[in-house]
Design a protein around this ligand. Sequence first.
Ligand SMILES: Nc1ncnc2c1ncn2[C@@H]1O[C@H](COP(=O)(O)OP(=O)(O)OP(=O)(O)O)[C@@H](O)[C@H]1O
Ligand SMILES: Nc1nc2c(c(=O)[nH]1)N=C(CO)CN2
Length: 175
Amino acid sequence: MTRAVLSLGSNLGDRLGNLRTALATLGDAVLVVSGVYETPPWGDVEQPAYLNAVLLVQDDAAAPRDWLERARAAEAAAGRVRDPQRRFGPRTLDVDVIAVWGDDDEPVLSDDPELTLPHPRAHLRAFVLRPWIDIQPYGRLPGHGWLTDLLTAGPAAQDALDLRPRPELALESTA
Ligand SMILES: Nc1ncnc2c1ncn2[C@@H]1O[C@H](COP(=O)(O)OP(=O)(O)OP(=O)(O)O)[C@@H](O)[C@H]1O
Ligand SMILES: Nc1nc2c(c(=O)[nH]1)N=C(CO)CN2
């Protein structure tokens, strides 16, 4: 059994539809869904605003690596085309594996460039930390500490002021 926190981001096409595609692709593995936030682009500012959200997922059989494969499958389902020339550039859907916990509830650590855990830039990203706090207010980012401390006092604190909650764009339809 592994549990994981996945971050979702989209700034091209039907942004909300792309996030929902991720949810549908992950299916029964999804335990909890955050609110949706509209966020200014981070890392490469010459691109449209993103919609971001975070999921808590769990699967009895999934190994840490399987979450990366499922993330890639979700991105493909949303028609993501990679531009190797442009780091942090626009995309229909980005699904990052932020952190993974094993059977013993211990965080999985990895410095494999194919799957680095926790995600090496998560602590810098208000667009990850803020929605994650929605679903785990007392959560910790392994190796970095409390999410609330990172969001209020770390390098992400300034960006946190520019996130816009979009409650009308709920990922899970209430109909
Ligand atoms: N925790 C992780 N989650 C997702 N991808 C990862 C992770 N660790 C390493 N990678 C690797 O990062 C590579 C680039 O992924 P991607 O194109 O999504 O990057 P990016 O979205 O531009 O940047 P970022 O990962 O900072 O959001 C992939 O080949 C993937 O194998
Ligand atoms: N606000 C925001 N900015 C980003 C995002 C994202 O999901 N949200 N993803 C990126 C890909 O690396 C680069 N920049």
